[in-house]
Structure formats: C-alpha cells, structure tokens
Ligand binder design. Sequence first.
Ligand code: AMP
Ligand code: ZN
Length: 503
Amino acid sequence: MNAPLQIYNSYSRQKETFTPLHEGRVGMYVCGPTVYSDVHLGNCRTFVSFDVIYRYLLFLGYKVRYVRNITDVGHLEGDADTGAEDKISKKARLEQLEPMEVVQKYTNGFHEMMHIFNTLPPSIEPRATGHIIEQIEMVQKILDNGYAYIENGSVYFDTLKFAEGSDVYGKLSGRVIEDLISESRDNLKNQGEKRHPADFAIWIKADASHIMRWNSPWSVGFPGWHLECSAMSTKYLGETFDIHGGGNDLKFPHHENEIAQNYGACSCQPAQYWLHANMLLMNGRKMSKSDGNTITPFQLFTGESEHISKGYSPMVVRFFMLQSHYRSTLDLTDTALLAAEKGYKRLMEAWNILQELSGGATGSLTTDLEKEVQESMAAVHEEMSDDFNTAKVLARLFELVPKINSLKAGHLSMSEISADTLAELKLTFQSFIFDIFGLKDETTGAASDNNNIIDHLMQLIIEMRADARSRKDWATSDKIRDALAEAHIQLKDSKEGTDWKIG
Ligand code: AMP
Ligand code: ZN
C-alpha cells in the first residue's frame, strides 16, 4: 500500500530509501534538552518534529527503540569544550542549589511541556550523569586507539590525526579542517593544552569552582558534552544504529564530534541516517532571549505577550508546527497562528462530521467522488513517506474536507461513495490526525466539557471572593487569592470584573 519511506539524510545530503539495519526494528537517538533553564518553543519544535517521526515509524509497524537523553553535565556555555563554565553548574552556583536540584526542576518542566504538547515519551531517557562509567570507558577506548591524548588531566580528541586518516571529519557539517583551525584559534582560552585548535575535550579536569566532578584515571573531572551522546547511543542502540536526530544547530560541533568519537572508539559511523530539524523563528528573526525576540510556551498559551493578540491552545500550536516541513524554518507570527487556529478547527469539524457519516454504496464504484477520495488518500500516505512531509499531508487532508462537508449537506449523495472507501477515509483521518500527528480534539467532547466545568468553577470562586470583599472579609479574599496562586492561577481585577489565567 505505502510507497517506501524516503528520508533526507543530512550526512549524504540526499533523500534515501529507509532500510533499517534489522528488519522490522528501528533504533533512533535524539539529542535531548540541556536542563538548566525552561524549555523554549524552539526546543519544543524539534521534539515535536521527532515525535511525529517516531509516531510514523510506529504506524508503519516498526518496533522502535527511541532514546532521547537528558544533558545534565558537560554542556558548557557557548557550546565550548574548555575554558567556559558548565551551564548546570553555573545555574546551581547562582541559585545556591544542588546541581541535581537544577536538573530535576527543569527536567520536570520539560516533561510537563512534552505532555502538554502530547508527545509520546521515549523508550529510554538516559541522563549523562548516570553514565559516567560508560563515558570513561569510551574515552579509554579512544585513547587506546590513538585518537586522543592526555594533557594536564584533561583528555583531548586528536582531530587532526582523525582528519588526516579519513575524509569523515567535516562531512556532516560541510566544514573544511582549515576553516576549523582559523575559527577556533581565537576564541579558546585553554588553547595551550591542545595540540591543534580543532581538537576538543572529551574529559575535562575540574577546576576548584566546578561542583560536578567524578574520579577518572586522568583527573577528577567531568565528561565533554559530545561524548555523552556517543556513549549513551552506543550503550542502548549499539555501535551502529538507524537514525540520529537533533536540531540543525547541533550539526557542528556536537554531531560532527560525535561521529569522530564513534570512529575513534570503534571505527564506525554511529548512525545510518542523520536527521536535522530546522530552527524556529519569530517574526522572521531567530528566536533569541538577548534581543527580546522570544516567547515562552506558557505566554503563547495565555496570550500574555506583546508578540501575539491572544492565547493559542497547545494543540493549535502543534498544528501550526505540522503546517511546515521539519527541514524548513518555521516563522512564528500572530497571523500564522490565527490561520493555524482556523485550520485546526476546520480539520476537527471535518473529523466530527465524518464520524457521523454512514452508509455508502456496496461493491466497487467508478464515480468521480470515489476516484478523487481514493487519490487523495493515497497521496496522504505518499507525502508522509516522502521525508515526513506533514505540510503536504495536511494539504491533502484539506482536499478531502469539502467533500466530507458536501456529503453531510447532501450536495453529494452517499450513493457516490462506496462503504469501503468511506471506512478507509475514516481510518485515514483517524490515523493521521491522532496517531501520527498526535493532535487531540479540543473542540468537542471531554476536552471542551472539562474547560466548561473549570470555567464554571472559576466563576464560582471569583464570585465568592467578590462577596468576601464586599463584606470587607479580607482574610477570606486573600486566602482565595493565595490558594489560587499556589495552583498557578492568577486573578486579574479590572473595571469589567475579575478574570483569571494560568501562569
Ligand atoms: P538544548 O537544550 O540547547 O541542548 O537544545 C535541545 C534541542 O532543541 C536541540 O536538538 C536543539 O537543536 C533544539 N533547538 C534549540 N534551539 C532551537 C530553535 N530555535 N528551533 C528549533 N530547535 C531548537
Ligand atoms: Zn547529543
């Protein structure tokens, strides 16, 4: 039924037919978040993209082992590998917390956000700090194979030696070793310890201020950021596995160096297919905290941001993300979100109408409607198999919407479609909207019932507080406000009355 799955491989820079190493099984590793701050919308876009890819592989019948790590040590500021502070250590020092408190807090927040966006949990979610032994073993292997050297307690990958021995280094990111030399020459403090500016640390000796540290044969220190992904992917998926994913910005240095390390340790390419999701922009510019061009997921849901005119539900945001291909940049604008909200509602309405349709002709038909519906359904599968083109799948589903509406309104007769095709159409909508795209219907049923109930309860609480205030019963009114604040519900008084919001 399906066209064979084509995947764009960033490593070969072309679409390739997907053939897993072991028939019927797929091993997929995706670089997870560095848990030192709240997950931002850009991160969410990447994780939603890989969630859809994971869901589609499951839909195709593969048994998928999906590994997505938590980076809780070794990711230094500015993606440096020496001479900069560890992001988590720094946060712990600034907030006077244990590093693991920082890690737990932001891991919890990340999980909550992934749940809100209805992403499936990975099969394994390994933490870097839980795999120090594996990382030390890998450093030792790389040393034993002659691709690393020890300098003052730190261990560096010998990039030049690796680059001279094969044409692998720089292939993924398209960088030339000479460019790497000049780029890295100026901006590395501890350059003195490296034999070559393009070398990178795989074990870093901890200085006195560094709170996260482990014993190793070389020094009390901590592993390099790139090394954790090499060690954890090898542990759970083997030396070579099917898919490695992450955001575009990880191609260099992170993924380039991962590949080098895997070659250094076991002389093999870790992944058959490298997939990279493109960046999220806002109003045409890179989303960035430093110039205020940023919005948090909660601000997006509540509408509390100068960049948007109103709040958008998590499913509208997910739908918005699906409207572009994962390899294209995605520009977040209020106009695009408003359009996505309309599109999402239209799709859900069509789904609800479709469920009510019944009947259809028995046997095979040759009507135009029958033919067009069959063609659009086939196209839905083909577009998804063409490098997970969710944008085109949505366009194909929308081709079917007017037909569904016409069948409901009686402009098209149920005798023009066969019962089998109608059943197939229902299955296609259900599979793509819910199982593969991971959308939830917020427009009817339990979701909107729940929202109505919550609204009623909040109105009751707001009235009780207003009554207390009119009696000058400040104790009760404060108690209500404080209890709501604890549940992250804020009340906002204005001339028109009292409103509430989450956040
Ligand atoms: P980090 O927590 O910075 O290690 O990033 C976690 C994931 O989010 C990585 O796969 C990044 O490539 C991805 N990512 C970071 N910023 C963006 C962005 N603006 N748009 C899309 N993905 C991003
Ligand atoms: Zn990684």
